[in-house]
Design a protein around this ligand. Sequence first.
Ligand code: CA
Length: 245
Amino acid sequence: MRILIAEDDPVLADGLSRSLRAGGYAVDVVTTGEEADTALTAQPFDLLILDLGLPKLSGLEVLRRLRARNSKVPVLILTAADSVEQRVRGLDLGADDYMAKPFALSELEARVRALTRRALGASQSVLRNGALALDQAGRVAMINEQPLELSARELGLLEVLLQRAGRVVSKEQLVDHLCEWGEEVSNNAIEVYVHRLRKKLEPGGIRIATVRGLGYCLERVAAEAANDAPAVGPAQPGAVPPGAA
Ligand code: CA
């Protein structure tokens, strides 16, 4: 999940980006409306956190241009506590939610999770596939209710794949969702992360298949099969054996 924060208050921007990064999100920060507009034109984001009081170009104008380009990226606007009018205009222009300053970080994080979830069409905050469960709220993944030890990057990677279980995700998409500007993440690095994640998932019968030339696919496990699945055992029938990919 990659988030753009457009906020000119450095303390707030810093606090927001720290807490979201700790939750496994990739975060980019811009401090003017112009920069926000440029970034949104150039790059796909999973969520925009938009301060309405931005220099150079107002947050409302950034939002208007974004929706005029038919972008569906979820937008959470940040407004001053007393600006009911701005809030209403923001929602009318296509913002999905708002928070009035000052706000609790924990509430913002909950709204971020709700918006990214809604954008992907899911209503639960726990993503499941077979014995695997990823609690987006608690930022923890479990196999058969046993927590997995994952780095923030591995958790982020797993989240992107799990949200698209059964579908192929390209390395470029993974880089877009996981990496921030200035980060040099090569396709090789992505392969390393996938390799590590695979080793942690395979004991639970969860497989990440390599689709040669296209990317990766977290194989979908049928719900009924999951109930009968052994805690530790071979991958599901029909799965490509390890090393074949
Ligand atoms: Ca501001």
